[in-house]
Design a protein around this ligand. Structure first.
Ligand SMILES: [Zn+2]
Length: 110
């Protein structure tokens, strides 16, 4: 079992994707999970890739500084995954409140 560095969910290793920093310092996606170097695991979730890359969670996990090219490549990789989480966070039906941050919270009182 491995832990996603972004959402901290523990999943079987094969359900996560390993990002590795090679001994040469190159950042890459390690599909087979066998490359040498320091690794970090992410869910097969677009939201986790987006956040981990843009919030520098991966930098931290890999103890390095990702280049702009690294980030772009990893974001592209993450886009193949379903973004069910992102969809759930925003409700497409409700429009309005221009200029305000969209909030998914709704209070239901019966
Ligand atoms: Zn995750």
């Amino acid at each position: 079992m491995r832990t996603c560095v972004e959402c901290q969910q523990v999943r079987p290793k094969r359900e996560l994707v390993r990002v590795v920093r090679s001994p040469q310092g190159d950042i890459g996606v390690d599909e087979k999970g066998k490359s040498a170097g320091r690794g970090a695991y992410l869910c097969r979730s677009r939201a986790c890739w987006d956040k981990a890359v843009t919030r520098e969670r991966l930098d931290h996990a890999l103890k390095t500084k990702l280049t702009a090219e690294d980030r772009e490549r990893l974001l592209q990789y993450g886009r193949q995954f379903d973004d069910a989480e992102a969809k759930a966070a925003s409700s497409p039906q409700s429009k309005g409140a221009p200029g305000k941050e969209k909030e998914a919270s709704a209070t239901l009182e019966g």
